[in-house]
Design a protein around this ligand. Structure first.
Ligand code: AKB
Length: 339
């Protein structure tokens, strides 16, 4: 018989680290298998049942997974982020979209084999939003899921399209077949910028926030690529993991939608600077805005309305800006760089 399992793709990324640790602490979960193109960091490798080193574009590898495991839930975290995707948009499309289609197909095959929909948990992003100018961004304030869906990056386009794919695979897959397949149980959160104490981001445009704090903690100078007044929503990593797990454990009948905004606080780069200096007084932080990366950040909303998530699955962040820095980020980052 196949082993029942949870599959995490892109497990070696920032969210993957946090998710694996949290799932391991929960204990009463199916074994976790991970798929990552770079393997798995040795600090978390003991926490998973098996590590598969491979590419989500390798359909043979994915088919073999079906033979080995009865996958009941997929956390599909593998993606090229917004800045990296702009250097090679077609590669980003292949990884972010075709990779997701490959995983959605795997999920439909597994759903048919087990006679029940496989849960497909997908991290979307505020990158799916596109505000046309700063005046509109400021006046719009906290926007809801269905406003300004006009991304200006390949990554944002990829994430928005994958949200629609998830809805299709959940409600309309092979709708003309004589006996339609059970489909999948797709659910997505649109993450704001994420700040982790344990890992540093790779290739995002919201990276200025974690980069600033991690540089200061190491006594390194930091040159911000955005202006001081740049403002977008953020949350600390523990709340991001909590959002994924709460959404995954919510009965489908409670969901009024399949894509939800979640957020915690919306600091300016100057606010982050002030918190960083308070923790690391000697920190050397300057500003040299990168015109094009700044334009991406300016196209993202100043805040997002997460009332639907709060209503449907009792979402609320544990950490606001002050607590996020004072009780999570600074103590854990100090500990990390003290070693
Ligand atoms: C990025 O900056 O690309 C990501 C995101 C906001 O989704 N961190």
């Amino acid at each position: 018989m196949r082993t029942k399992a949870i599959l995490i793709t892109g497990a070696n990324g920032e969210v993957g680290h946090g998710l694996i640790r949290q799932l391991a602490e929960m204990g009463d979960m199916p074994p976790v298998i991970v798929l990552d193109i770079r393997g798995l960091d040795e600090t978390i490798r003991p926490l998973v049942y098996e590590t598969k080193i491979g590419d989500i574009l390798d359909t043979n590898l994915l088919e073999n997974l079906i033979n080995e495991y009865e996958i009941v839930t997929i956390y599909h975290l593998a993606a090229l982020l917004s800045t990296n995707s702009e250097f090679n948009p077609e590669v980003a499309h292949r990884v972010n979209v075709q990779g997701t289609v490959n995983l959605l197909h795997l999920a439909t095959v597994q759903s048919r084999l087990r006679g029940a929909p496989v849960q497909f948990i997908f991290p979307s992003s505020i990158a799916i939003y596109g505000l046309p100018d700063l005046k509109t961004k400021t006046e719009a304030g906290a926007i809801s899921e269905d406003q300004y869906n006009a991304p200006t990056t390949m990554y944002g386009c990829n994430k928005l399209y994958c949200e629609h794919l998830g809805r299709y695979y959940t409600f309309h897959y092979q709708q003309l077949a004589a006996t339609p397949a059970p489909g999948v149980d797709f659910r997505a959160v649109r993450f704001p910028g994420l700040i982790s104490a344990l890992t540093t981001p790779t290739g995002g445009t919201s990276d200025y926030a974690p980069e600033m704090v991690h540089a200061a903690a190491q006594g390194l100078p930091y040159k911000s690529f955005v202006r001081e007044d740049s403002q977008i929503p953020f949350m600390v990593m523990p709340d991001a993991i909590s959002a994924l797990l709460k959404l995954a454990h919510t009965p489908a009948e409670n969901l009024s939608r399949r894509v939800y905004n979640v957020t915690a606080f919306s600091p300016t780069a100057a606010d982050i600077h002030r918190q960083t200096i308070a923790a690391f007084p000697g920190a050397e932080i300057t500003y040299e805005p990168h015109h094009k990366r700044q334009a991406i950040v300016d196209s993202w909303p100043v805040d997002i309305d997460d009332r639907a998530a709060r209503a449907d699955w009792d979402w609320k962040p544990e950490y606001d800006f002050e607590r996020g820095f004072g009780e999570y980020l600074i103590p854990r980052i100090r500990e990390r760089y003290r070693r």
